[in-house]
Design a protein around this ligand. Structure first.
Ligand code: ADP
Length: 484
């Protein structure tokens, strides 16, 4: 297989081989920009997933036994191949997901950086020798791979979500069975091809496409799987959590968000508006750390609304493959319907549409970048995740009030604060109940830092020196009878 044939291959990857579903059935993958058919992938289910889990289990002792240096070499090779194929991978992401090519390239580079990071981290998977209470004992703590990992990923970052999870799992010594989102399976299959080329042993990297419920049920209940790593909606996350309980699996969950973006009246408003544009409209608003609620202090409210609306109106919607395009389509009609519903709800409650507020004519899945002023806490987007290009702007008066309103949600993934006041930055950062806080910064995702949420946004961290912990268990070995 090569990249020019990826859309016609119609196979998933089990045991290093590209195979069909047992039934021979496939399902279609559509380009969200124009609705054209990109290709088909196998409609696999429980049986194929069980097989992928078995081959992963067979590969486990082989991969685990590789030296840290060897694991690092293979991961680095995978990283290099991804970077060498960056343009082709970006085109696959744009074609199946819709985001502009520049954003897709950014995703590939960011995803690859996690692979390089964990290639480096695997060589530092140190343990401890602990000073013990008895003179005739020695106490060792080592970190061991947890076992076969089930990885379930969403469509909004089809490549980097896989890279972040899988590189950490492989670096820890764990083989993986990946279920990519049905909208974006080709990115996962391209990554599998490069992983095999990089030298990963057969069975360590498996991709199963098809029936989400059947694959998910097998991954979460098969006793061989020892860990589930999921990114997606809170609704599905809760279901997977309860399924995984039956075999007491370790679980990492990166779920929904409802990010507040707070601008105090002492902030640099130009920088805040520029940060808001990126934070809200990147990937057409379809990221879990996108600002969902803008809270702007009285004195700068009108000027911020004006600046953000001006910037949002200048976005160029179109085919992501066109280098001049800065915003792509939404993923499907359901997302479009949701945008209409949010806007109608806000209008009915006296929200003021400053720009957008309707479908954009150029393609059936384009929703115009939208700024809604005079947003109030009874509007739906005050409590629901928008996941699209609507920026609701709420007004606030003082610090204590805005922190309380920002925390008044079941979610806790990302929060943003713009201010120049040192005391306020610390108070806000400490009082916001969120896993990530950006102070005068709206682009904080990087492999060096821990990514993850609190409350119903989930638990577990991706990236950073903590990222490997998700895929390892601690073993304590007590050596007694040592005569002195
Ligand atoms: P979104 O609404 O963004 O698509 P989902 O949580 O529905 O978010 O999807 C995230 C991932 O979870 C996708 O790969 C999807 O196919 C998968 N998924 C959805 N439902 C289930 C399920 N019942 N079991 C396992 N995986 C599921």
């Amino acid at each position: 297989m090569r990249f020019d044939t990826i859309f016609s291959m119609s196979a998933c990857c089990i045991d290093g081989t590209f195979v069909s579903a047992d039934s021979g059935e496939t399902f279609s993958v559509i380009n969200p920009y124009d609705g054209s058919l990109l290709g088909n992938v196998p409609n696999a289910g429980a049986a194929e997933t069980a097989r992928a889990i078995e081959v992963a289990q067979r590969a486990f002792p082989i991969w685990k036994a590789k030296t840290a240096r060897r694991k690092a070499e293979v991961l680095l090779q995978w990283y290099k191949l991804i970077m060498a194929h960056c343009d082709e991978l970006a085109r696959i992401v744009t074609t199946e997901q819709g985001k502009p090519l520049a954003e897709a390239k950014g995703e590939i580079i960011n995803g690859a950086s996690f692979i390089r990071w964990f290639a480096e981290e695997t060589r530092r998977l140190y343990g401890d020798i602990v000073p013990g209470p008895c003179p005739d004992k020695r106490m060792l703590v080592t970190r061991e791979p947890v076992g076969v990992v089930g990885v379930i990923t969403p469509w909004n970052f089809p490549m980097s979500m896989i890279a972040r999870k899988v590189s950490a799992a492989l670096a820890a010594g764990c083989p993986v069975v990946i279920k990519p989102a049905p909208q974006t399976p080709f990115s996962a299959l391209a990554m599998a091809e490069l992983a095999i080329e990089a030298g990963l042993p057969k069975g360590t990297f498996n991709v199963v496409t098809g029936d989400a419920e059947a694959i998910g049920l097998e991954l979460t209940t098969n006793p061989i799987v020892r860990k589930i790593s999921f990114t997606g909606s809170t609704r599905v996350g809760k279901q997977l959590l309860s399924q995984a309980a039956s075999t007491v699996k370790s679980v990492s969950m990166e779920l929904g968000g409802n990010a507040p973006f707070i601008v105090f009246d002492d902030a640099d408003i130009d920088k805040a508006a520029a940060g808001a544009l990126v934070c809200k409209f990147r990937n057409s608003g379809q990221t879990c750390i996108c600002a969902n609620r803008f809270y702007i202090q009285d004195a700068v409210y009108d000027i911020f609304v004006e600046k953000l609306a001006h910037l949002a109106s200048s976005l160029k919607l179109g085919n992501g493959l066109d280098p001049n395009v800065t915003m792509g389509p939404l993923i499907d009609q359901y997302a479009m319907d949701k945008m209409h519903a949010f806007t109608e709800d806000a209008k009915a409650k006296n929200g003021r549409i400053v720009c957008g507020g309707e479908a954009h004519t150029s393609c059936s899945l384009f929703y115009a970048p939208t700024v809604i002023a005079d947003a109030t806490d009874d509007m739906r987007f005050a409590s629901e995740e928008i996941f699209g290009p609507i920026a609701p702007i709420f007004r606030f008066h003082d610090e204590a009030e805005v922190i309380a309103r920002a925390n008044n949600t079941a979610y806790g993934l990302a929060a943003y604060v713009y201010t120049k006041d040192m005391g306020r930055t610390w108070r806000a950062s400490e009082r916001l109940e969120y896993g990530l806080v950006g102070i005068n910064d709206s682009r904080m995702t990087t492999c060096e830092a821990p990514f993850g949420g609190v409350k119903e946004s989930g638990f577990g961290r991706e990236g950073s020196r903590h990222g490997l912990d998700e895929y390892t268990t601690l073993k304590y070995t007590c050596m007694g009878g040592i005569e002195m």
